[in-house]
Design a protein around this ligand. Structure first.
Ligand code: URA
Length: 234
């Protein structure tokens, strides 16, 4: 447990006096509820926000980002804008990294964290964490595609894919596809091997996390406590 004004001052953005003024002014929330008491003791894991923008605490950070197309998932790139460039400075300084990658032209749910052991477990094929994508293709997906994916595709270069679920949506031009692994360009390569190239790709779920429909492209928020607990339970 830590005093709320101390937690704000620890970001380096505000002095203790400024933090107290912000809190008394009703601009600070703890787990979504306004708190006007600078001396209030808050648990390390409680999400704190100033004017609606979450601030990091001393413990690990877990953020949900709605990745837009055009930024790369790496943390450092000499030529391209990275997902970290979408975050405020105090988060960039924390050494956050994405748990799993999305292609530059792909959109949707990316979990950013500095919790290496959790990220490692979520990404390990041993733990079978579902990743759900919404795809649009050039062509029409059908039951034969769903059956082939359910069986486990072998790609042209011999790469064997684990069985995957394909739920074909209206007209076959779009679908939900669920994978339990994350090989390089996997969805694109799987559907290209069926002769139906992907023209749009968005991740909509990662394990127990569902992309928040309120998040605009490029928007982010801290995970709430139930979401963090669900990740650990998973
Ligand atoms: N599969 C792909 O082809 N690209 C992604 O970004 C994610 C999954």
């Amino acid at each position: 447990m830590e005093r709320l004004d101390k937690r704000l001052a620890a970001t380096g953005r505000w002095s203790r006096t400024e933090a107290k003024a912000l809190i008394r002014g009703g601009r600070v929330t703890v787990d979504g509820t306004v708190c006007r008491a600078p001396e209030e003791k808050v648990p390390e894991s409680a999400p704190v926000a100033v004017d609606g923008v979450p601030i990091p605490g001393a413990g690990p950070v877990y953020l949900m980002l709605n990745k837009p197309a055009g930024v790369v998932s790496s943390t450092d790139d000499p030529r391209e804008a990275t997902v970290l460039s979408l975050l405020p400075e105090e988060y960039r300084r924390r050494g956050l990294f994405p748990a799993g990658r999305l292609d530059k032209d792909a959109e949707g749910l990316l979990l950013l964290t500095d919790d290496g052991p959790l990220a490692h477990r979520l990404l390990s094929p041993r733990y079978h964490v579902d990743k759900v994508y919404y795809v649009e293709v050039d062509g029409a997906l059908d039951d034969a595609d769903a059956a082939a994916l359910a069986e486990g595709l072998v790609l042209g270069d011999g790469t064997a894919c684990l069985p995957a679920r394909l739920e074909v949506l209206e007209g076959g031009r779009s679908a939900h596809i669920t994978l339990q692994e994350g090989k390089y360009h996997q969805v694109k390569r799987m559907l290209a091997s069926r002769g139906k190239p992907v023209v749009y790709l968005k991740r909509i779920a990662f394990g127990p996390l569902i992309l928040d429909p309120e998040l605009p492209k490029g928007g982010w928020r801290a995970l709430n406590l139930p979401e963090i607990e669900a990740l650990f339970r998973h």
